[in-house]
Ligand binder design. Structure first.
Ligand code: NAI
Length: 270
């Protein structure tokens, strides 16, 4: 049987979630998607009308199929939103189990403010949407994950090094996500034989990144200073995720895997 993946955090064809879905589909996985409620309608309509067909093309020429799109709200603060437990329950009813869980979402309402100017609510909202959302997703999906399963989230180097401009508590949220990756790897590994890893990705011009406002600068900085002087493509992150989700990575858990052209290894810009 092919593997089944649930990818939370796809709302267009520009982000890491989409690229991860494609790499997993190319490797033969069945693709289920969780999309944020405010973006759900336009995503499904665009999908149906063929707006993404060009970016659905897989290396063998076929088109990626998305079996089902589920509404998902990772913070759930109004009754009409759809929290993680309901999504997991729907997936269980529709398909029984999954093998791969991907968390490719983040949100920090005050991301453009320096942390010194961030409100308590803004900080907590960043942690809630970007860090606890992974804990909650894993908690609700783990009962329907097959043993040997794999989970992946996306993080950013701002968790460990100073990246001015990545504010609003988003750097703190990524630090929490990386720390949780270790503890959750222990708990999910011991209890369910499920692996937990996170990919520390380099800069990509996604919708979320454009909203932060400094993405072009970060891409230029990486081009100038990283060991590999090429623009990072979303597919490169997708392929790393497909590797981590596969049996090739069966001994890798609790890891932060850098997919950033090596930028993290530099001590100074050159
Ligand atoms: P994206 O815009 O494609 O993905 C972010 C997704 O989060 C969107 O689909 C959005 O609808 C969803 N989302 C936001 N709040 C939500 C909520 N409350 N409930 C459910 N979904 C919600 O952008 P991107 O950049 O691909 O982001 C994916 C992951 O990659 C994020 O964790 C991000 O922090 C991480 N990342 C991005 C980098 C970049 O340069 N773009 C660099 C390193 C990490």
């Amino acid at each position: 049987r092919g593997k089944r993946a649930f990818i939370a955090g796809i709302a267009d064809d520009n982000g890491y979630g989409w690229a991860i879905a494609k790499s997993l589909a190319a490797a033969g996985a069945e693709i289920l998607v969780g999309t944020w409620v405010p973006a759900l309608n336009i995503f499904e309509t665009s999908l149906r009308r063929g707006k993404f067909d060009e970016s659905r093309v897989l290396p063998d020429g076929s088109l990626m199929e998305i079996t089902k799109v589920y509404p998902l709200d990772a913070v759930f603060d109004c009754p009409e939103d759809v929290p993680e437990d309901e999504v997991a329950e729907s997936v269980k009813q529709d398909f029984g189990t999954i093998d791969i869980l991907v968390h490719s979402l983040a949100n920090g309402p005050e991301v453009s403010k320096p942390i010194l100017e961030t409100s308590r609510n803004g900080y907590l909202a960043a942690i809630s949407a970007s860090s606890y959302s992974f804990v909650s997703l894993l908690k609700h999906f783990i009962p329907i994950m097959n043993p040997g399963g794999s989970t992946i989230s996306l993080t950013y180097i701002a968790s460990e090094k100073i990246i001015p401009g990545y504010g609003g508590g988003m750097s703190s949220a990524k630090a929490a996500l990386e720390s949780d990756t270790k503890v959750l790897a222990f708990e999910a590994g011991r209890k369910h034989n499920v692996r937990v890893n996170t990919i520390s990705a380099g800069p990509l011009r996604s919708r979320a990144a454009k909203a932060i406002g400094f993405i072009d600068m970060m891409i230029d900085y990486s081009l100038e200073n990283a060991p590999l002087q090429k623009e990072l493509t979303a597919d490169e992150v997708g392929n790393a995720a497909a590797f981590l989700a596969s049996p090739l990575a069966s001994a890798i858990t609790g890891a932060v895997v850098y997919v950033d052209n090596g930028l993290n290894a530099m001590g100074v810009g050159v």
